[in-house]
Structures are given as C-alpha cells and as structure tokens.
Design a protein around this ligand. Sequence first.
Ligand code: F6P
Length: 487
Amino acid sequence: MVSEHATPKVQVLLASNRGPVSYALKEDGSLESRRGGGGLVSGLSAIGDEVESLWVCAALGDGDREAVRRGIGEQGVRMLDIDPEVFAQAYNGIANSVLWFVHHMLYQTPLEPSFDAEFRRQWASYETCNRAFAEALAAAAGDGARVLVQDYHLALVPGMLRELRPDLRIGHFSHTPWAPVDYFRMLPDDIAARLVRGMLGADRLGFLTRRWASAFMDSATATLPDETEAFVPSGEGRRWLRHRVPGRAPHETDIAVHPLGADGDFLRRRSREADVEERIIALREQIGAGRRTIVRVDRTELSKNIVRGLHAYRHLLDTRPEWRERVVHVAFAYPSRQDLAVYRDYTAEVARVAEDINSAYGTASWTPVLLHVQDDFARSLAAYRLADVALVNPIRDGMNLVAKEVPVVSDAGCVLVLSREAGAVAELGDDALVVNPYDVVGTADALHAALCMGEGERAERTKRLAAAGTGVPPRRWFLDQLEGLGS
Ligand code: F6P
C-alpha cells in the first residue's frame, strides 16, 4: 500500500505512432515480441527510477492487435488498437503520403498533390487517430505529468490534449524536416491551419536543426497571420510563438532545437562483436581484395535518393575508367512502407538501376554494385567499418544518423559525402564533402575526390566527424528535452 506521505512519482508519457515493441503472430498461434531501437528507446532508459513512464503507441499490424486483444504487453507500454481501416487511412494516406511528402518535398507537382474527396476522408481518419492518442494520454496522465509527443503522425495531439488536460506540460518533437513555407502552404488552408494549431497546443516544439525550427515558425505565422506572433531575439536564446485565440488567454510555445547524435559507446562496443566480425569477412570476400568501397545504408525511402546515388556512381565509372575494377558500391537498402505502391516502385527502380550498372560494367571477378535489401544490423556495422567512402545524399532528411554513425566505427577512416539537405550537415558540414543531392555529376565528382583523399586527411576528418556526431548522444538528447519542458 502506498503510504500517505509517499512522494508521488514524476510522470513522463511518451506518444509515438511506432512503439518500442512489436508482435508477430506465429503459425502455432503464439506471439513473438521484438524490441526496437532508436533514440527514444535509449533516451527513455536514461530516466531514473524516481520517474514513472508510459509509452503510448499504435498497434501497427495483426500481431500487435492480437497482443492487445489477449492482454499481452510490456510494462510501461500501452498499444492502442485503432480500427485497422481508420489507422491505414491515417498512416498510409495522410502521414506517409501527404505529411511525409510535404516535409520532404517529394511531390511531382504538375500532377500532385490533388486534395480531393478521398483526401478529406483520410484526413477525418487522421483526426480520429490523433484523438485516440490524446484521449489515452489524458486518461493516463497524473496531475502535471510531462508528455512528449513524437512526429508528424501525431501533429494534432498537443492541441487536442491541451483541451482535455490544460494542467499537463506538453512537448512535441519532429524527427523530420519541416517544409519551407511555400511548400507547406500547398496543403488546403483549413488543413494547414489545423496542423499549426495542433502543434501550437504544445508548450514546447522540438526540431533537429535550426533550419527546420525556423521553417515551422514561418509556416505558422504565414498560415495563421491573425493568431500567431513570432519572437526571435537575435543570438541563441529562447525563441517562441504566441498563439492568440479570441476568448482565451494567449498561449506561448517555445521553439527548441535538439540535434540527436549517435550513441558512440554503444556503436563502438556493438561493432566489435563476433557477428559483425563474421560479416566483415563475408563482405571482404564479396568486395574482392584491394578494392575501395563506397558504402550507403538506408531504409528504402523516397527521400533517401538512392537512385541518384547509383546514377552518380555510374557516372563515376563512365567518366573515370581508372576506377573500374578498383571500387565497389556497397548499397544496403532495407525495405520500408511496402504498403504504398510508390515505395514498391521505388524499391524496384533501385534494384533495376543497380542491375543495369552490374550488367554494363561487371566482369567475371568484379561486381560494381553489391545491393542487399535484407535488413541486417550487424552487416550494416560491418559495412560501416570497411567503408572508404560513405554516401549519404538524401533529398531532404531530418538528421540522418548514418552520417554520424559511420565515422564512429570506421576502422581506417572514412570520407563522408553528405547532402546539404540532411540535417546532419549543420554539425558535420565542415569535415564532409557536401553535395547538392540533385546534382548527379557533382556527386560523382565528390565520390572521386573522396576516393582520392590522402589517408592522413581522411583520418583527421573522421576523428572530427566522430566527435561532432556523438556530441549529443540519445540519452542526453532526451533528458535535455525533458528538462526544457520543465515541470
Ligand atoms: O526517420 C524519421 C521518422 O519520422 C522517425 O521518427 C519515425 O520513427 C519514422 O520516420 C517513421 O517510420 P515508419 O513509417 O517506418 O514508422
């Protein structure tokens, strides 16, 4: 029994679409659980026992739903079993096909987007999902709890939650870029307004870089010119938005920047384990003795720009024949969002272009592109260690942790070819070779320069990249956000 005088525990609630655990239904009817990784998982492990935490997430597939129905779950995790059709419309229809596209600028604008009646139906489902989260959080939160809401899937949650529980401290963190104002305003005006009002329900909005934070402020003031006022004092101090709604006290939302870094300790340890060593041996064999390696590791997302990366590599082989037989492009492109046709098509295009390069240039003893699509973390680490060059060329990316991870585990130093549109460029730009991701010829030139860089310079740059990339490890990143939200 809790003593009358016991100090109530500080409560932290996390909300994200994808949770820290997932369940797969096996043939014999049993459920197998799998734990995910990532910044939030290790961040949460940093809070002490004096803090009580609850992670609210969505049941994503049949296994998750079955777990909810059977009452199976992990302590501290609550999965919401939202109607599958409603969830699919919100997740595939709005989050992945509209909001992700807007923030990563992925539309082919002569034909899309086209916000029709189907879009409105999907939007209604997005609101329903956000409401389910807000209600679950409101019901679970003790007095004055702190709530950290994640990402574009849940952009309306802060506003909905504030309506239900004005006593809570609410934060929201965007792991993606934020769209430039003109691109954001492609959304129908009422929808853009709802998104901004939803976000401004938070006490604090976190972004990975200053660029994304500023883009949000611009979008907010352009979308709601009569309701919002931006405060941007010069220097690094506090920045905030004031939101005025008639009949209510104005609400202020801090705009904060928290650049997530790589988990250096974990990576250094994990990348020296036996399964990684085994994969290094296998990869070396596939690459062939004495050859250089250009490595990329991505989820196959449209924003990752894998196809242009392959075109750049092809251009390198075309225009600088001296590299033929002497370099291998190791491309790990792991499946993502295969429910969406555009993702399936893109995945097929990656394989097609890789095959084209191999049949145009490959020889009996040299495969120019080694494409692997089966997710294997140990093999990714093995490739990181072997890489002479890491190619990270997204069209747009909130941060891109691969860019920060490779230098940490690299065996002999690695040159980073990095897109200027990745959030990581803010911290790594000085020591990377920075490219315009649309410029295939420019990227090929950077690959050539990277392959030619002398060992000494390469090692020095790698050291600085590793230091810059691990400056804010996930635990620090998470605690900073909690601290910023106050109590
Ligand atoms: O990488 C950016 C991100 O927004 C993550 O924060 C998030 O977990 C992920 O994308 C969403 O991907 P998925 O659709 O596979 O859950």
